[in-house]
Design a protein around this ligand. Structure first.
Ligand SMILES: CC(C)(COP(=O)(O)OP(=O)(O)OC[C@H]1O[C@@H](n2cnc3c(N)ncnc32)[C@H](O)[C@@H]1OP(=O)(O)O)[C@@H](O)C(=O)NCCC(=O)NCCS
Length: 220
């Protein structure tokens, strides 16, 4: 039974419940046929990991039993960007302070000559990654997920698809640089096998900060 409270959508996950509680917690007591079922509504604050929620089932004259439910989302579709996507790309990039900031001309160039992948949910742009290849080495120029969509694995999906494409096109490596303090982005890259390979001291301005260089090398 799905419980909907705008976005995200919640629904029962029986296997999860069993896994977490280790028993059939909402089995009907002997002889019980009726039960009252109600949902707890949830709030998810931006930039937090989805939390588990509970739904409750109560048989008359029994203690309420709990079952875990899992937050689920509509599937995100990944596709290559077209030139007319650039204004929407810029709109989410400009709202992400930690992102690299590029002009629309630079994005136009990347769409035409590099790789720009978009993540869309129900037709709405929720994130993108862009890269360009130089002599068999791909460089990630930016990856951004819009504020309302963070911590749902969207950047991971984008990076995975980019890695797949780079590998298919016989890239030798994917490289990138990131502000030392940008722990979400560093966590993202490290999760996908990128390794720290260097540092550029004082590379960034406003504020001045080192760049950490990462590389993912493809074994051939
Ligand atoms: C970095 C960014 C793209 C991650 O997007 P996202 O869709 O929320 O990331 P995912 O949900 O796919 O998370 C993948 C991994 O990234 C890391 N991560 C993401 N957000 C994090 C956070 N707020 N704190 C710590 N680690 C984080 C985690 O390792 C996470 O894996 P886990 O969920 O198993 O812990 C997003 O935070 C963003 O748009 N930031 C602003 C733009 C930016 O800084 N881009 C990088 C430019 S180089």
């Amino acid at each position: 039974m799905p419980i909907t409270s705008g976005i995200p959508t919640l629904k029962f996950s029986r296997s999860r419940r069993r896994e977490r509680l280790g028993k059939e917690s909402n089995a009907a007591p002997k002889g019980a046929s009726d039960f009252e079922e109600f949902a707890v509504s949830l709030k998810r604050y931006p930039d937090t990991k989805p939390e588990f929620a509970v739904s409750l089932k109560r048989y008359p004259d029994t203690k309420p039993e709990f079952s875990a439910v899992r937050e689920t989302f509509m599937p995100v579709a990944i596709r290559s960007a077209r030139l007319n996507d650039v204004p929407a790309i810029l709109a989410i990039e400009q709202q992400a302070l930690a992102a690299a900031h590029w002009t629309s001309e630079q994005y136009n160039k990347l769409v035409s000559g590099g790789t720009v992948l978009l993540a869309e949910e129900a037709g709405q742009l929720c994130g993108f990654v862009c890269a360009q290849a130089v002599a068999g080495e791909w460089e990630i120029e930016n990856v951004v997920v819009a504020a309302g969509f963070l911590r749902r694995g969207i950047a991971s999906e984008l990076v995975r698809e980019l890695m797949r494409r780079a590998e298919n096109e016989a890239a030798s490596a994917i490289l990138l640089e990131v502000r030392e303090s940008n722990l979400p982005a560093r966590g993202l890259y490290e999760k996908h096998g990128f390794r720290e390979v260097g540092r550029r001291r004082g590379y960034y301005r406003d504020p001045v900060e080192d760049a950490i260089l990462y590389a993912l090398r493809f074994d051939r």
